[in-house]
Design a binder for this molecule. Structure first.
Ligand SMILES: Nc1nc2c(c(=O)[nH]1)N=C([C@H](O)[C@H](O)COP(=O)(O)OP(=O)(O)OP(=O)(O)O)CN2
Ligand SMILES: [Zn+2]
Length: 118
């Protein structure tokens, strides 16, 4: 059984590897969407994979780092592409919630990444 939980956060970034004058080299912001997907058996007697509230309690400190922040100043996000952010989120969550099977980051409604741990 697969379940998911999604979160939105507002954050600014720029991509330091882009050449001078490139729009992504300038500081700009996005309304990011983060989806966390989990794969596991139904746990009895609850008949759920993981309590959504348990997911929230693990995500909360990570969300607080991301939301209304300047991502380039976060340790590990010095080059905050969607790809880097999805790996960063995975590494923060996987140990605490081993059923995590996919992190999806939407940088815009039309563009983003999926990371499945490799
Ligand atoms: N593979 C990636 N490509 C790009 C990333 C990224 O993280 N991974 N990031 C950017 C920029 O951050 C840019 O802000 C996002 O680009 P884009 O999706 O093009 O967003 P726009 O708001 O510029 O959308 P338009 O439809 O082009 O106006 C770039 N590439
Ligand atoms: Zn951007």
């Amino acid at each position: 059984m697969k379940i998911f939980k999604s979160y939105t956060f507002e954050a600014a970034h720029f991509l330091p590897q882009m050449p001078e004058g490139h729009p992504c080299r300038r500081i700009h912001g996005h309304s990011w969407k983060m989806e966390l997907h989990f794969d596991g058996e139904l746990v009895l007697p609850y008949e759920w994979v993981i309590d959504f509230h348990e997911i929230d309690s693990v995500v909360d400190p990570i969300y607080k780092i991301l939301d209304h922040n300047f991502l380039n100043e976060v340790e590990g996000l010095e080059n905050p592409t969607s790809e880097v952010i999805s790996i960063w989120v995975w590494n923060k969550i996987k140990e605490q919630l081993p059923a995590l099977c996919k992190v999806v980051i939407y940088e815009t409604p039309e563009a983003g990444t999926e990371y499945v741990g490799e």
